[in-house]
Design a protein around this ligand. Structure first.
Ligand code: NDP
Length: 245
């Protein structure tokens, strides 16, 4: 993947950082988008540059289409047109549906689902012109199984699967692949913020008996972004220790 340009949303921390590093190890120049944690994003950039690739970070709320378009333009101007888009940015606002406000429902959909659409919308014209490109959306097993307390999150992640399959069909004839990766429980700030009892109960459902690491997800993304995956599109690759079989 030497010389390819990857754009990873939510690349400042957790799974997104691991994906950015894995793609850089494979030779990609990488742009990471982040919401507010500039310190973390700059640390990722330093780690990426340490691997000998070009790297930048761009502050961008992906839920805002104008910010998404502006970030895409900045990445294209500074690094070149992206070849690989990884829609990884995501948030949780867990709460039982009975008590969930419409605002909380909307906020999670806006970031996790509309944010991915905004970035796809920004990247697609370039992909179509060059008749190549890779789009990888980070969904969740929560979107496949449902999960109490996550009406907003599970809906957004199920929506990402519908988005993946639809765009895959729309652009397959143009040499562009679109796939989703659905992680189970992965050790990041997101799971560290969860209620401990709920997390322990969740991990008990994992046949492998443990949480995954961000690198486990990054390995799957790296494969789907590579030439070896050129005949794979519209798939949902679970990385969940067997949690959803
Ligand atoms: P983290 O909470 O550790 O990191 C979230 C990342 O998303 C940060 O880089 C954050 O930026 C960025 N972000 C949040 N909101 C926005 C926004 N509006 N615009 C741009 N960037 C934004 O999450 P994880 O690494 O755990 O999760 C990454 C992805 O994987 C998410 O989509 C999540 O839903 C999914 N996932 C995670 C699982 C897990 O167990 N951890 C399981 C299944 C799926 P900043 O640092 O600036 O705040």
């Amino acid at each position: 993947m030497k010389g390819k340009i990857a754009l990873v949303t939510g690349g400042s921390r957790g799974i997104g950082r691991a994906i950015a590093l894995k793609l850089a190890e494979a030779g990609c120049d990488v742009a990471v988008l982040y919401a507010g944690r500039r310190d973390a994003a700059e640390e990722t950039v330093q780690q990426l540059q340490g691997l000998g690739v070009r790297a930048i970070c761009v502050q961008c709320d992906v839920s805002d289409e104008n910010q998404a378009a502006a970030a895409f333009k900045q990445v294209s101007d500074e690094l070149g047109l992206p070849d690989i888009l990884v829609n990884n940015a995501g948030i949780v606002r867990d709460c039982l549906a009975m008590r969930m406000s419409a605002e909380n429902f909307r906020a999670v959909l806006d970031t996790n689902l509309t944010g991915a659409f905004n970035m796809i919308h920004a990247c697609l014209p370039g992909f179509l012109r060059r008749r190549s490109g890779r789009i990888i959306n980070i969904s969740s097993v929560s979107g496949m199984m449902g999960n109490p307390g996550q009406a907003n999150y599970a809906s957004s992640k199920a929506g990402l699967i519908g988005l993946t399959k639809t765009i895959a069909r729309e652009v397959a004839s143009r040499g562009i692949t679109v796939n989703a990766v659905a992680p189970g429980f992965i050790e990041t700030d997101m799971t560290r913020s969860m209620n401990e009892a709920a997390l322990n109960a969740g991990v008990k459902q994992v046949p492998m008996g443990r949480m995954g690491r961000p690198e486990d997800v990054a390995n799957a993304v790296r494969f789907l972004a590579s030439d070896e995956a050129s005949y794979i599109t519209g798939c949902v690759l679970k990385v969940d220790g067997g949690m959803y079989i």
